[in-house]
Design a binder for this molecule. Structure first.
Ligand SMILES: *[C@@H]1O[C@H](CO)[C@@H](O)[C@H](O)[C@H]1NC(C)=O
Ligand SMILES: *[C@@H]1O[C@H](CO)[C@@H](O)[C@H](O)[C@H]1NC(C)=O
Ligand SMILES: *[C@@H]1O[C@H](CO)[C@@H](O)[C@H](O)[C@H]1NC(C)=O
Ligand SMILES: *[C@@H]1O[C@H](CO)[C@@H](O)[C@H](O)[C@H]1NC(C)=O
Ligand SMILES: *[C@@H]1O[C@H](CO)[C@@H](O)[C@H](O)[C@H]1NC(C)=O
Ligand SMILES: *[C@@H]1O[C@H](CO)[C@@H](O)[C@H](O)[C@H]1NC(C)=O
Length: 745
């Protein structure tokens, strides 16, 4: 009895604690923990290690603040201790300075975007490196964004213009090296814009439409235009350490509320605008180290609040206006390095300033221009001669070569399935990331096969070797001399490609190497005896022994316990998503419209996914006949070109099985909604999935699936899809871990 009571007591305290400690919905907690992982467990977040703490009630510290409202995180500030502005950053991670090579800013932001209620986000000195992805705009509630002292490079993403609630945008001390965007207009709430100490270049455009802007700091960049119009509400304007040129625009006299103006270290010319000195609220005015010249007019007056003026290192002459003489104690005035007629602070002789103002260039200018024109004319004539002789040479000796360009461009127009590839793109195709390249290590190389070899391998394309017909061409199974099993695909090729062009295309295909793509081992061109044209291409690829994903889902021809459970289905889906992500982004030019189909997902001996039939649209126009015969002209037909859409159906089949998903259109209308309810799932989802999935994991997949199959064109990217699938795996693993823990107790 006693023990029973104490047990109950214990139970209640425990469940009370449990309830209290989960004020933040678990999804938000998950995201925070994920962020901590992305940031590679910085010391400041050590306190998060205890998963049971209530994140909302951790008291704020100098380094970490979280604020919640209605159980949602609305403010997240983390300040790290990573150094900033080290030299030698070139867009890659640096040990001990940036986060590691494994860090992906893109997936970090994807995770971050799950904190959809976030109003304040400050992540400073955390070693975050990479290009800030456009999807940052998904944080639509954001009012304050500070990513200073990290290692961001590239441009400020354009979609930030959609974050209309933004009031503060700060990315100081990064490596941003694009141009200053010209789309800030829509940010009508923006009051602070600070991009200090980056490498932004190009012109600064008219910002006057930013009606709320009060603080603008673009100092320490490489901006090199004239000074543009400014919003009249500016309180602080800092443009120092750039290459701005020209005079200070007259209209700056309208900046009536300006308090702080810094234009030092530029190449501004003309006489400093006298009106600036007498603005009612101006207190700090720095015009040092420019090319200002001329003299101040006698009646220049200073505003009553002006307490700091620096006009040193210019070419100013004449008298110093009385209000700038240093007699007044409360005003600091620096003016050395000019040619002013004062005895205080070091001045240059008058001639120094005159020299600078009337540049010496003018005298020799005529001669220089003459030489320049001569050189340019010479080069031009040479070029024309060169081009002419090339054209003549080509006409005479290479009759095919000339039309080749034309042929290469042609498929763009008449075959929308094939992505347009110009000769240039074909020859310059390259991998985007080192990791993509690394992924192909260990895969055998690609070579040319002779027709004899293939005849031997398939016993002269014997019927017994025939595997079937894929979306592209007939498939034969064969065994090479060295005993390796291969699949040989026989493709009729479009007549319009010359041999050279075709070979370029095959080379490009050979570059598509990824652990989750069926590996292309080589090819063989067959001209049927003709040396100048090709009718058939044989593609030799690895043989993937374990059948299709579809067969494994339904358990056709295997024992029930071999049917794939949920975690294994997820792992196959992730493999496919990785492969497609690679096709889209891992190589330039990207391969889109891969006509993803369930039957093209093969499994190797370890049940790892291998995608086949990818990228073939660049050499063949044969498409799936069954598909063409259906004669769909609906949006569905067009959507089939979209890999995300096709992948949506693969997800669907992995969840509900082949029989239901085959009803496609009918299914869409009726049953899709059903999947969102518990009851509906019990009816539709395959029993083996229901038995092995956690509801949350399944929900994540169903949710991304809905987005993929959506009739609208705004489907998720594969990056997104991949992230969601990986998230589903984590959630599943956590659930499985918990279950195991439960049963052991
Ligand atoms: C957290 O809030 C405190 C008090 O408001 C502030 O002093 C501190 O700087 C903040 N920490 C960060 C990282 O912003
Ligand atoms: C920006 O910097 C990165 C990394 O240093 C570099 O790879 C890229 O080419 C630069 N872009 C431009 C436009 O300068
Ligand atoms: C990184 O820092 C750790 C500890 O501070 C140190 O042991 C290690 O040598 C450093 N590595 C490099 C490459 O600087
Ligand atoms: C310009 O650069 C100098 C030297 O690096 C620095 O002292 C000064 O504060 C900078 N000025 C501005 C406005 O950034
Ligand atoms: C000058 O600044 C003060 C606060 O510093 C402000 O109250 C006042 O409105 C400003 N004057 C003008 C003309 O903007
Ligand atoms: C002006 O130039 C001198 C010598 O070149 C330099 O020592 C001084 O720091 C400069 N002053 C300012 C404010 O730029």
């Amino acid at each position: 009895m006693e023990s029973c009571r104490s047990f109950l007591l214990l139970f209640f305290t425990w469940s009370f604690l449990f309830l209290c400690s989960h004020q933040l919905p678990s999804s938000q907690t998950q995201v925070l923990l994920q962020l901590r992982k992305h940031l590679e467990y910085p010391n400041q977040l050590e306190i998060w290690k205890d998963h049971t703490i209530d994140f909302c009630s951790i008291s704020s510290s100098a380094l970490v603040n979280i604020t919640c409202l209605d159980n949602l995180v609305i403010e997240l500030r983390i300040k790290g201790d990573k150094p900033s502005k080290i030299s030698g950053f070139n867009g890659f991670s640096i040990p001990n300075q940036t986060l590691s090579e494994a860090f992906s800013l893109d997936s970090f932001v994807t995770t971050l975007a799950r904190l959809a209620s976030l109003k304040v986000l400050s992540l400073v000195s955390l070693g975050i490196w990479g290009q800030l992805p456009d999807k940052i705009h998904r944080l639509t509630s954001l009012e304050y964004l500070d990513l200073s002292s990290n290692f961001l490079f590239g441009s400020v993403p354009p979609r930030i213009s959609a974050m209309v609630k933004l009031q503060t945008l700060a990315m100081d001390d990064n490596f941003l090296n694009g141009t200053i965007p010209n789309w800030f207009d829509s940010l009508s709430s923006l009051s602070t814009l600070s991009l200090r100490n980056n490498q932004l270049k190009g012109p600064l455009l008219d910002l006057s439409s930013l009606s709320s802007l009060e603080i603008l700091d673009l100092s320490g960049n490489k901006l090199n235009s004239l000074l543009p119009s400014m919003p009249i509400g500016l309180v602080m304007l800092v443009l120092g350490n750039n290459s701005f040129s020209g005079e200070i625009p007259q209209e700056y006299r309208k900046l009536r509320v300006l308090q702080h103006l810094d234009m030092s270290f530029n190449t501004l010319t003309g006489t400093p605008l006298a009106a600036l000195f007498s603005l009612p609220n101006i207190s700090y005015l720095n015009l040092a180290s420019n090319l200002f010249s001329g003299s101040f007019s006698g009646h220049l007056s200073c505003g009553s609040k002006l307490d700091f003026v620096d006009i040193s290192n210019n070419s100013l002459t004449g008298d110093l206006p009385s209000c700038l003489r240093t007699e007044s104690e409360k005003r600091v005035v620096k003016f050395r390095g000019n040619c002013l007629s004062v005895s205080m602070q070091k001045q240059h002789p008058q001639s120094y300033c005159n020299e600078l103002v009337t540049p010496k260039k003018k005298q020799s200018g005529g001669k220089d221009v003459g030489i320049l024109v001569g050189v340019i004319l010479g080069i031009f004539v040479l070029l024309v001669l060169l081009v002419l002789s090339l054209v003549i040479f080509c006409r005479r000796y290479l009759p095919r070569g000339v039309s080749e360009q034309h042929l290469l461009h042609k498929p763009v127009q008449d075959n929308p399935v094939a992505v347009g590839f110009s000769t240039e793109m074909l020859t310059n195709a390259r991998f985007i990331s080192q990791s993509a390249k690394a992924g192909m290590q260990g895969l055998p190389g690609c070579r040319a096969f002779s027709l004899e070899e293939l005849v031997d391998a398939t016993r002269n394309f014997d019927n017994s070797a025939f595997l079937g017909e894929g979306s592209y061409g007939k498939l034969y199974k064969g065994r090479l001399e060295n005993g390796i099993q291969v699949v040989i695909r026989c493709l009729l090729v479009s007549k319009k490609y010359t041999i050279r062009n075709l070979k370029l295309r095959l080379d490009l295909l050979a570059k598509l190497r990824h652990p989750h793509l069926v590996c292309l081992l080589g090819h063989c061109l067959d001209g049927g005896g003709d040396d100048y044209s090709v009718n058939k291409v044989y593609l030799v690829s690895e043989y993937v022994p374990n059948g299709t994903f579809r067969a494994k889902l339904s358990g056709i021809g295997s024992r029930p316990e071999k049917v794939l459970n949920w975690p294994r289905r997820l792992s196959v889906l992730i493999g496919v998503a990785k492969a497609v992500h690679f096709l889209h982004t891992g190589i330039i030019p990207g391969f889109f419209s891969n006509r993803l189909k369930m039957n093209n997902i093969l499994l190797n001996e370890h049940d790892n996914a291998k995608l086949s039939d990818y990228g073939l649209s660049i050499i063949s126009e044969e498409t799936d006949k069954s598909m063409a015969n259906e004669g769909h002209k609906s949006w569905q037909m067009k959507s089939l070109e979209d890999d995300a859409y096709s992948f949506g159906y693969i997800l669907l089949e992995a969840v509900v099985g082949a029989s239901i998903s085959a009803r496609r259109e009918a299914f869409l209308l009726k049953d899709m909604a059903t999947l969102n309810s518990q009851e509906g799932r019990k009816q539709l989802v395959e029993p083996i999935v229901l038995a092995t999935c956690s509801q949350q994991s399944l929900s994540i997949v169903i949710s991304i699936m809905n987005k993929c199959i959506s009739p609208e064109a705004s489907r998720p990217s594969f990056e997104d899809i991949l992230w969601n699938l990986q998230y589903a795996v984590q959630v599943q693993a956590t659930a499985d871990g918990d279950n195991r823990y439960d049963t052991h107790r």
